[in-house]
Design a protein around this ligand. Structure first.
Ligand SMILES: Nc1ncnc2c1ncn2[C@@H]1O[C@H](COP(=O)(O)OP(=O)(O)O)[C@@H](O)[C@H]1O
Ligand SMILES: [Mg+2]
Length: 308
C-alpha cells in the first residue's frame, strides 16, 4: 500500500465534474500527499475510504502514534470552506480539525471510530420507521448544535453565502431553456422564483451546511455521532433543513407534514422556511434529472411536500 492510490469512484467523479482541472489534481495528488505526510509526520494506516466523491481520504498515524484522517479535496466553491467550519465547530458535534494547509486545502482531522455512517445498515433496527425517526432526530439535533455565528479564523477561507445559491437559481429559472421548462413545468418554475425572493432576506445568519445527509454523520466514541464533510454557507438555520428534508422526502420512509415538522422542530428553525429551501432543492433536482422515470418519482415526492 502506498499514498496516492485513489479510489476509482473518486477518479471518475473528479474528472467528470472538474474536467482537465480534476485530472491535474489527480496527477498532482501523489506528490501533494507525500509532501503533506512529510510536513505533518504522518504514515499511512490503511487504504483510502471509498464512498466520497471529491476527495482523497485516508487513515493515518501521527508521529506520536495517534490515529487521524488526512483529507485532500479537489476544491470548488462548495467545499473550499470545510476547514473553516471544522475549525469553528472545534470538535463540538463534528470531527476535530488538527491541521490545515492553505496551499492545498488539505486537512488533518480526528478519526471517528468505529465510523459507521448514520445511514448504514449497522444502525439498530435500520429498516423500521422508528429508526428512521431516530436518525432524523440525531442528524437535525447535531445540525442545530453546529449552527453558530460565523467568526472566520485568520487564514481560513471565507464562507460562501446562501443568497448566492438563490441568485444562481433565480438566474437559471428567469432565463430557463426549453428543457428546464419542460422538466419543471410552468407552475413550479414560477413558484421556485417566488421562493428565491421569499428566502432572500433571511433571519439571523450563521454557519449553515449545504450537504446535510446521513452519510456525512459517522459513529464515534467521544460523542455517539459526529458530523464530517460540512459544506458551510453563511445562512439561516432553516437552510440546513433544505437538503436534509429534500433527501429524506425523496428517499426516506417518512414524508409530508410529519417529516417537515420533525425536521424543523429538531433544527429549531421556521418550518415554512425549511420547506421553501427543500422545495428549491427539489426544483434543482428536477431540472438536473434527465430520465423521465426518475423525474416522475421525484415530482411525486415533491408534491407530498408541497402539500405539507
Ligand atoms: N474523520 C473521519 N473519521 C472517520 N471516517 C471518515 C472521516 N472522514 C471521512 N471519513 C470516511 O470517508 C468517507 C469520505 O469522506 P468525505 O469527507 O465524506 O469525502 P467527500 O468530501 O468526497 O464526500 C466518508 O463517507 C467516511 O466514511
Ligand atoms: Mg461526504
Amino acid at each position: 500500500m502506498r499514498f496516492g492510490v485513489v479510489p476509482s469512484s473518486v477518479r471518475r467523479d473528479v474528472v467528470a465534474w472538474f474536467g482537465p482541472a480534476g485530472q491535474e489534481w489527480l496527477d498532482d495528488l501523489p506528490r501533494t500527499v507525500w509532501s503533506l505526510a512529510r510536513q505533518w509526520s504522518l504514515r499511512l494506516d490503511g487504504p483510502p475510504y471509498g464512498g466520497g466523491s471529491h476527495s482523497y481520504v485516508v487513515p493515518v498515524r501521527r508521529a506520536d502514534g495517534e490515529r487521524a484522517v488526512l483529507k485532500v479535496a479537489c476544491r470548488d466553491g462548495e467545499n473550499r470552506a470545510e476547514p473553516t467550519a471544522l475549525r469553528c465547530y472545534d470538535g463540538d458535534g463534528a470531527v476535530r480539525l488538527y491541521e490545515y494547509d492553505p496551499e492545498t486545502g488539505a486537512m488533518l482531522m480526528e478519526l471517528a471510530l468505529p465510523g459507521n455512517r448514520l445511514k448504514s445498515t449497522r444502525f439498530f433496527g435500520h429498516k423500521t420507521p422508528e429508526s428512521a425517526w431516530r436518525r432524523v432526530g440525531i442528524a437535525c439535533g447535531l445540525y442545530r448544535r453546529l449552527w453558530r455565528p460565523a467568526a472566520i479564523p485568520e487564514g481560513y477561507p471565507e464562507l460562501p453565502s446562501a443568497t448566492e445559491m438563490l441568485d444562481g437559481w433565480r438566474a437559471d429559472y428567469t432565463d430557463a431553456d426549453a428543457e428546464t421548462r419542460r422538466r419543471l413545468g410552468a407552475a413550479r418554475l414560477r413558484e421556485a422564483l417566488d421562493r428565491c425572493d421569499a428566502l432572500d432576506d433571511g433571519p439571523e445568519l450563521g454557519i449553515g451546511n449545504r450537504d446535510t445527509h446521513l452519510s456525512n454523520i459517522v459513529s464515534a466514541e467521544r460523542e455517539p455521532w459526529l458530523v464530517i464533510d460540512p459544506k458551510p454557507y453563511l445562512a439561516e438555520r432553516a437552510f440546513d433543513g433544505g437538503y436534509f428534508l429534500f433527501e429524506q422526502q425523496l428517499n426516506g420512509p417518512h414524508s409530508g407534514t410529519a417529516l417537515l415538522r420533525a425536521v424543523a422542530e429538531e433544527l429549531g428553525a421556521d418550518a415554512e422556511r425549511v420547506k421553501a429551501w427543500a422545495l428549491l432543492r427539489f426544483a434543482d433536482h428536477l431540472a438536473d434529472t434527465p430520465e423521465d422515470r426518475h423525474r416522475d418519482h421525484a415530482a411525486e415526492r415533491m408534491r407530498l411536500l408541497e402539500e405539507a
